[in-house]
Design a protein around this ligand. Sequence first.
Ligand SMILES: [Zn+2]
Length: 291
Amino acid sequence: MGETATLIDTGNPGEKSFYQLKSLLNENNLSFKDFDHIIVTHMHTDHCGGVSLIQQEAPLPVFVHELARPAITGGEAEFNRIDHFFTDFIKQCGADPSIHQHARKYKEEIWRDVHYVSEGDEVYIGGRPYSVLHVPGHSQTDILLIDEEQGITFVGDHIIPELAVNAFIEPPVPGKSHRPAPLIQYRESLIRSKGRQLGKCYSGHGKPFKQHIELIDKRLAQQDARCQQIRQVLKERDKNVYEICQEVYPHLKGGIVFLGLSQIQGHLDLMEARNEVMKGERNSITYYKLI
Ligand SMILES: [Zn+2]
């Protein structure tokens, strides 16, 4: 809130989340029509899922990073491309997609008046200009919104004091053949954020915080410790991602195993880049061994 009101992130898809938000706004004497626009910090469903329902009530423009364009405009073909990528990924990990892949159904969602932003652009929040910093890793579309003068930053899910954020495996950009290495990207993004004066940070989950530098150092160290743990698991023999995941995250079952596979793969990408592991293939499954 400022000279204007701006909505940053929208909550989950569906009416439950929509009405929760609407009644909370109501309690604060606001309605969707009072906002100048929506800014989406990244394309995760708990952040962007409410856009189409909100736009049906009030025609607010929406600002989002340009890498969100394929998902927003690609329709069912893009949905299927993403789904196939994850089926192949889970198979390559040595896991079973029929058990470990979330069944998703395509549901058309129309976003109107979308403005794509990129690094260095300015967007307005509460009537003040904020600069956009692209910080891929947690997702490919993560942005920070920084007002250095006021000492305020909206960080989305890039850094959260209460939890160590995952860097999720995602498909290649349409037309490219290699997927991004999200943990490597995430670490680079964390180091860039560390070099910026963020002031008071408002994240997508949990309370506002100020000590972003200490928090980033802690997260980088936790990732190094996880690599160390994977080294121990690989001491015995070469293993696939699913086997490593079962040892590192033994409590994960069913569809949420994917989160573990994504985490392990991210760390293996990093260890491979550091020449700590090398990969080979047997029966279309990728195996990693220590160098
Ligand atoms: Zn997220």
